[in-house]
Ligand binder design. Structure first.
Ligand SMILES: CC(=O)N[C@H](C=O)[C@@H](O)[C@H](O)[C@H](O)CO
Ligand SMILES: CC(=O)C(=O)O
Length: 308
C-alpha cells in the first residue's frame, strides 16, 4: 500500500461476511469495498477487529480475510489496518508477519484479555514482541478496556513507547475516558502519533479535543453522514456538526436500548448496503426480525440536514 499518507478521517471497522452456514464469505468483499468507497466515501478499513469478530476466527480465516481485503482494496483504499491481536503471543506474531508480508498499511493489537497484563510494562512487553515481527509496518495499540478488562491508561502507556516500539504510530481509542484521550493529545506536541476515536456516538467531543480521525462500526453505513459532520466541524459550523452527532445518537441510543452489538451491526449493514453479511459466529447470535424491522424504520425516519 504505497504511498502511505498519514491515517486520518474515517476508518470503517469491517464486519466479516459469513455464509448462512457460518463460513467466512470472501466472495462479497469486492462488492463491500466498492460500497464503502462509492456510497460511504470511506477509504480506510480496520479488518478482523471487534466488529470483524477477529477473536472468534481461526488464524487461517484471519489470514484469508486479510489477503482478500488487501487484494480487493488495491488501488481503491488508502489504508488497510489489520488487527492481529490474539490471546496467544505466537499467534499474534504469526499474524503480524503475515500482515507485513501482504503489505498491510498498519497493524493493530488489542491487550490480551484472559491472562491480563497487570501494568504498563507487562502490556508493553506483549505489544513489543508482536510489533517487532513486522518492523516496517506502522503499529497501533487498540485500547478497548470495556471488552478486554485491561484498564491501563493510554497516557501512561505512551510514555517512552517509541524506544520500545519504533514502529508505534498511534492508538485506536475505544473508551469514553476523554480525559485520558486529551492528555495523550496534549503530550503529542510534535504530532508524531495519531489518535483514532472509537466510540462513534461521541466522536464530536473527541474531535473538539483534537483526535485525528475515527475507527468504528457505524462508518460502514453512516460514513457519508459522519464525513459531513467532520466537514461541518472543520468549517467550523458547530451547530451543523452537532445536528449530525445528535441524529446519529438518536439512531444509536434507539438500537442500544433494543440490544446492539456486532450481530446487529451485520444486520443493519445488510439492509442498508444490500450486501448479505450473514450471521455472526457463536457466542453471538443473529439479530431478530423484530430488531431489524425497528432499526430499519428508525433509520428511515431520520431527516438529515443534507436533505436525505
Ligand atoms: C464495542 C464496539 O464494538 N465499539 C466499536 C468500535 O470500537 C464502535 O464502533 C461501536 O460499535 C459504536 O460506537 C456503536 O456503539
Ligand atoms: C469498532 C472497531 O474499531 C472494531 O470493530 O474493532
Amino acid at each position: 500500500m504505497t504511498p502511505r499518507k498519514k491515517l486520518e478521517g474515517l476508518v470503517a471497522a469491517t464486519v466479516t461476511p459469513m455464509t448462512p452456514d457460518g463460513q467466512i464469505n470472501l466472495s462479497v468483499i469486492h462488492q463491500y469495498v466498492d460500497y464503502l468507497v462509492s456510497e460511504q466515501n470511506v477509504k480506510n478499513i480496520f479488518v478482523n477487529g471487534t466488529t470483524g469478530e477477529g477473536l472468534s476466527l481461526s488464524i487461517q480465516e484471519r489470514k484469508q480475510l486479510a489477503e482478500e481485503w488487501m487484494c480487493q482494496g488495491k488501488d481503491k483504499l488508502d489504508h488497510v489496518i489489520i488487527h492481529v491481536g490474539a490471546l496467544s503471543l505466537l499467534e499474534s506474531q504469526e499474524l503480524a508477519r503475515h500482515a507485513a508480508a501482504i503489505d498491510a498499511s498498519g497493524i493493530a493489537v488489542i491487550a490480551p484479555s484472559f491472562f491480563k497484563p497487570r501494568n504498563k510494562d507487562e502490556l508493553l512487553g506483549f505489544l513489543q514482541k508482536v510489533a517487532s515481527e513486522a518492523p516496517t509496518v506502522p503499529f497501533y495499540y487498540y485500547h478497548i478496556p470495556a471488552l478486554t478488562g485491561v484498564k491501563i491508561r493510554v497516557e501512561e502507556l505512551l510514555d517512552g513507547i517509541r524506544e520500545q516500539i519504533p514502529t508505534f504510530q498511534g492508538v485506536k481509542f475505544s473508551d469514553t475516558d476523554l480525559l485520558d484521550l486529551a492528555q495523550c493529545i496534549n503530550k503529542n506536541e510534535r504530532e508524531q502519533f495519531v489518535f483514532l476515536y472509537g466510540v462513534d456516538e461521541q466522536l464530536l467531543s473527541a474531535l473538539a479535543i483534537g483526535t485525528n480521525g475515527a475507527v468504528g462500526s457505524t462508518y460502514n453505513y453512516l460514513g457519508r453522514k459522519t464525513n459531513l459532520m467532520l466537514q461541518a466541524f472543520a468549517k467550523p459550523d458547530l451547530a451543523l456538526a452537532q445536528k449530525y452527532q445528535f441524529l446519529m445518537g438518536e439512531f444509536l441510543s434507539f438500537v442500544i436500548k433494543l440490544g446492539f452489538g456486532v450481530a446487529q451491526t451485520k444486520a443493519v449493514m445488510t439492509f442498508v448496503s444490500g450486501i448479505p453479511m450473514g450471521p455472526p459466529r457463536l457466542p453471538l447470535v443473529s439479530a431478530s426480525e423484530e430488531f431489524i424491522a425497528k432499526a430499519k424504520a428508525k433509520l428511515e425516519s431520520i431527516v438529515w440536514p443534507d436533505g436525505d
